[in-house]
Design a protein around this ligand. Structure first.
Ligand code: PLP
Length: 362
């Protein structure tokens, strides 16, 4: 292995976070949300490790579902946005996929096709105004699906817009709208909770929860880290120091000279850049560990390299010193705030360039 940038994924941590989500809602079934390449952790490897322990997987596209089926994943898989083209129903039938359903095209094409779909999650727009039918439309959709003979079970589903903000009562309003719709329909199963709702909001018991980001040990809340929520971080992004130099007070560093050394100090160059998914927007000061010591970004992120200094000392830094960019001791959520984004984005947009290594119990 040449360039030392490595993302080490702890598959047991992901399984343990899934079990934690289930423990919080023992009466619920739980999807493991593995869309977008399992939030950058590698969908096939993650699904292979969770297979046998999870109730079902959830993905965003049929391509993501078929990738799992090709890797011999046999658990149910749900398409969170439903189909995009009518022909996809045939693939859903062939591969035993479950699907969300949120618009007339999806309904009409499902009713027109010949096969059988075991579970359809009718998506209700309870306020986010992104996907879903209204409270008034929902009973008619449920009736049409139930009477078609082409669906085993219809479950009412919705998604929260602000569940990551514990002071915002939008989630309660959305839940109220959801319950009113359920009353109009009568007896029907439910699926409402993403990670934030699973951990901090009161959600209907007995339905299907949909944990995503929490599986990867990352907090959906700005004010709480994954560790504070009892989650185990699943990804450790590490690299090494590839060059070391002394800079004097007033020396400028990197593209655009955005960093000026306030005093003489050692400067380390590290093998990671925006070509790997490390955010170019990260500001000087973004935390990391060099050889176990707190360190921080000093200068603009390049495509393949960053520059950094120790935060509280000018101890020696040596070529080959280990750098933790995020993971144990450096929560990805905290790194994300330094580039004005969220942990979700950092792990999901990692490119294929870092070596992906798996730590598991097998
Ligand atoms: C419909 C739906 N359910 C569940 C999730 C998982 O959300 P989270 O990663 O916040 O747990 C997502 C993610 O975007 C989603 O779109």
């Amino acid at each position: 292995m040449s360039r030392p940038l490595t993302a080490t994924v702890d598959l047991e941590a992901i399984l343990s976070n899934y079990r934690y989500a289930k423990q919080l809602h023992p009466t619920c079934n739980a999807f493991a949300v593995v869309k977008s390449n399992a939030y950058g952790h590698g969908a096939v490897r993650v699904a292979q490790h969770l297979e046998g322990d999870v109730d079902a997987f959830a993905v965003a596209t049929i391509e993501e579902a078929l990738e799992l089926r090709e890797a011999d994943i046999e658990s149910p898989i749900m398409l969170l946005e439903g189909i995009f083209e009518p022909q996809e129903w045939a693939l859903c039938v062939e591969h035993g996929l479950w699907s969300a359903l949120e618009n007339r095209m999806q309904l009409d094409s499902l009713l027109a096709q010949e096969g059988f779909i075991e579970k359809v999650f009718l998506k209700l727009d309870s306020g986010m105004h992104r996907l879903g039918v209204t409270k008034e439309q929902a009973p008619e959709y449920v009736k049409a699906l139930r009477e078609s003979g082409k669906v085993g079970e219809v479950i009412l589903m919705t998604h929260f817009a602000c569940a990551d903000d514990l002071a915002d009562l939008t989630t309660m309003k959305q839940l109220g709208y959801f319950e009113q719709t359920r009353q109009l329909i009568g007896e029907i199963g439910s699926s409402v909770a993403n990670s934030a709702a699973i951990m901090k909001w009161s959600v209907p018991e007995g339905g299907w929860i949909r944990p995503g980001i929490m599986l990867y040990g990352i907090s959906p809340f700005a004010q709480l880290s994954g560790a504070e929520l009892g989650l185990k971080p699943a990804m450790q992004l590490t690299s090494k120091v590839i060059s070391v130099r002394q800079v004097e007070a007033g020396d400028h560093v990197g593209y655009g000279y955005t960093y000026t050394a306030p005093e003489a100090h050692t400067l380390a160059t590290i093998a990671v850049g925006y070509g790997d998914g490390y955010p170019r927007a990260a500001e000087s000061g973004t935390p990391m560990l060099i050889n176990g010591r707190p360190a921080e970004l000093a200068g603009r992120v390049s495509m393949d390299m960053i520059t950094a200094k120790l935060s509280h000392s000018d101890a020696a830094i040596a070529l080959g010193d280990e750098v933790v960019l995020w993971g144990e001791g450096v929560p990805v959520e905290r790194v994300a705030t330094w580039s004005d984004t969220i942990g979700y984005e950092l792990v999901t947009r990692m490119t294929a360039r870092p070596h992906l290594v798996y730590r598991d119990a097998d």
